[in-house]
Design a protein around this ligand. Sequence first.
Ligand SMILES: N[C@@H](CCC(=O)N[C@@H](CS)C(=O)NCC(=O)O)C(=O)O
Length: 208
Amino acid sequence: MEVKLYGTEESVYTRMVRLTLLAKKIAFALIEADPFDGGALPEDYDLRHPFKRIPAIEIDGVRLYETDAIVHYIDAAIENPKLTPSAIEDAARMRQVMRIVDNYAYRPLVWGIYVPVWWRDGLEPAQNDIEKSRHALGVLEDFVDSSPEACFKDWTLATFYLASVFGAADSVAQGSALIDERSSLRDWWNGFRTQPIMVQTKSKHTKF
Ligand SMILES: N[C@@H](CCC(=O)N[C@@H](CS)C(=O)NCC(=O)O)C(=O)O
């Protein structure tokens, strides 16, 4: 299997795919594609991703973009370990967690809290982002007890979604404090953040 992954080591979404590939023990080349100021995208990158975001991937000639499509493709293509629960409700809970991360957690935690503090010289996060993050983490905390199979018991695709966002959020004091408020999430995260695949995918721009 030949896998070319386009993205950067710092990118939260690219890390979700890297974690998935490593969990499946699939070798891949990470090809630098940086859509941010000061970075550069490969020539014709818009043919790989018409919205010029990262990641994009090519697996044995199959080109994909959008992390959700990519990680589900990988999970379906490579049998072991299975990263989608077999029970249909658990699989739906996993998808719910992924959508919560996409739609309600990533923006406030990464762009609202981590980016200003880590990348903009300790700029104070906006109260609105703190409240949105707190709410999203509260909702996610409920899944730990009600739907552990979604991502907290065994590894699933949602485990890597959460872990990638937590790696950024827990790198700054304001994000760590919000995770501390949710003891079940904190316990899960403290166990997961030292896993070899996390250490292997950590960039110099996150603590975990
Ligand atoms: N919906 C996309 C989101 C990907 C995304 O936002 N990636 C970030 C980097 S982690 C990016 O490319 N940002 C560039 C931009 O916002 O212009 C996915 O699931 O792949």
